[in-house]
Design a protein around this ligand. Structure first.
Ligand code: SAH
Length: 464
């Protein structure tokens, strides 16, 4: 039995892409392993959004060279944003020990490569197997669609990612993603709904719909359904408990969308909507298309429509030309808005982007680090204060897995919760009383396991 190993660097979209590749390899009767020495096929799924991610991928690729050279029957595939929509000849020359180059989200080049090397009898056997695949989920409307984003091996996850928009057609000046993932392409609505149905039939209870600008779902097809339509459809799927979606862009967060989140109970009060910077000049240089005040108004609107919402954001520090005052504006708006989570990044120029071609990366590295650290400390403080508000409260946790003897799950707002319980609670919604909070996680006890409150003794006896 041949085995595969996939290493994934980067975002949730890459995680979903890797699951897709895994599922396709399993259709070829190839099983997963986490041991390099056991693997016949290795896929390295890469990220280049920042220089540090690219360095990591290059390092890993170098370390795989001896593995690949040891045995001519092995296959090494390089996937994702390092490859882009078309692998350059430079890339092929730089890594001649790579057998297959795969663009983001596409498993086919590897599947074709492996099929070409198989013998007829092996293929016939695989085709027979495929007929019996459990993820060949069938539905009256779309009879042959299969679930792309679920690995067959092992237990299905409680929470799964489902890409709904591939690529990106925005032109944020710092961002390499449109160059590497291609133009924006929304998946047809029935295909997504069908896939989610199939995932739920396998035991998945939460899905996160993914797109670089997820709230632009359907904009690339005239007359096509939008994200709200899709959310309504997915919401109707029985057995699905929770729905999330990311990443949103401030300019596409319509009232209709906010209302849908507020009124459809399965959609979690959790929105990822990056601001990137708090200064208008920097935002204009980034070509984000909104001002700090626009963002303030959006946050107010979201908080007004969706009670208890958690808003997550992304920040880049040290964008070309960012002055101390401009950085301070970012610090100040985060202090003011107290967003529940912030993903922080230090700017790095990426090949082909406008900022790399036309702007000077003039904020010194140590200054970027200093700004990053300041925001980190601020974020830890805000996040700790936010979690503290849940102390002694009862929260609904969707239990995902066991971690160091405890159950691990997340609240509707996506906060991590750990609790001890002897029962098998995987995949269940459990009410948990929070007994401890820290900046990054909380602990508690299932409400139905709490020690019963001892009735206080009567202070006096009523006499008639
Ligand atoms: N469309 C997604 C982008 C994903 S990239 C989104 O809007 O979130 C994730 C984050 O990486 C971005 O939000 C941004 O904060 C950061 N990022 C992108 N390009 C970068 C660069 N050149 N340097 C530093 N951080 C960058």
């Amino acid at each position: 039995m041949r085995k595969y190993l996939i290493w994934t660097i980067g975002c949730q979209m890459n995680v979903a892409d890797s699951t897709h590749v895994g599922a396709e390899l399993e259709k070829l009767n190839i099983q997963p392993t986490d041991q390099l020495h056991e693997a016949d096929i290795v896929v390295l799924n890469t990220c280049v959004v920042r220089q540090s991610a690219e360095d990591k991928a290059v390092g890993k690729l170098g370390s795989l060279k001896p593995w690949r050279r040891q045995d001519p029957h092995r296959t090494l595939a390089l996937m994702g944003c390092m490859v882009g929509v078309k692998p350059s000849s430079k890339l092929r020359q730089a890594f001649p020990w790579v057998d297959v180059f795969m663009e983001p989200s596409e498993a086919q080049p590897l599947v074709d490569h492996l099929r070409n090397r198989m013998i007829e009898s092996e293929l016939a056997d695989i085709e027979r197997r495929q007929l019996a695949q459990r993820y060949q989920w069938q539905d009256a409307d779309t009879p042959t669609a299969s679930i792309k984003h679920l690995s067959l091996a092992g237990e299905p996850p409680v929470a799964a990612y489902v890409p709904i928009v591939y690529g990106c057609s925005h032109a944020c000046t710092y961002c390499i993603i449109p160059f590497r993932r291609g133009i924006e392409r929304s998946r047809p609505l029935p295909e997504i709904v069908n896939e989610v149905r199939g995932l739920v039939a396998q035991g998945v209870r939460e899905i996160t719909l993914l797109g670089q600008i997820v709230d632009r779902y359907g904009y690339d097809w005239e007359g096509h359904a939008n994200l709200v339509d899709l959310l309504h459809e997915v919401h109707g799927i029985e057995g699905l408990y929770r729905i999330r979606f990311l990443t949103s862009h401030p300019n596409y967060m319509t009232d209709e969308l906010l209302e849908a989140i507020a009124h459809l109970p399965k959609i979690m009060p959790h929105i990822e909507v990056p601001i990137q910077a708090g200064d208008d000049e920097v935002l204009a240089q980034m070509k984000r298309g909104y001002t700090a005040d626009d963002y303030r108004r959006l946050v107010a609107r979201i908080r007004q429509v969706i009670p208890d919402v958690a808003i997550h954001t992304d920040i880049i520090v040290g964008f070309p030309g960012e002055t101390e005052t401009q950085f301070q504006a970012t610090y100040d708006i985060l202090e003011e808005l107290r967003l529940e989570k912030a993903h922080l990044a230090r700017y790095s120029p990426r090949p082909g982007t406008v900022s790399a071609r036309r702007m000077i990366d003039d904020v010194p590295d140590e200054e970027k680090r200093r700004r990053h650290q300041l925001l980190e400390a601020q974020h830890e403080r805000i996040s700790a204060a936010y979690n503290l508000r849940w102390q002694d409260q009862c929260v609904e946790v969707l239990v995902e897995d066991r971690h160091k003897g405890k159950w691990r799950g997340r609240t509707p707002q996506n906060r991590l919760v750990f609790f001890e319980d002897a029962r098998d609670l995987r995949g269940q919604l459990v009410d948990v009383r929070i007994t401890w909070t820290g900046p990054w996680s909380m602990q508690g006890v299932a409400v139905d396991q709490e020690p019963a409150l001892v009735a206080p003794p009567l202070a006096f006896t009523l006499t008639s």
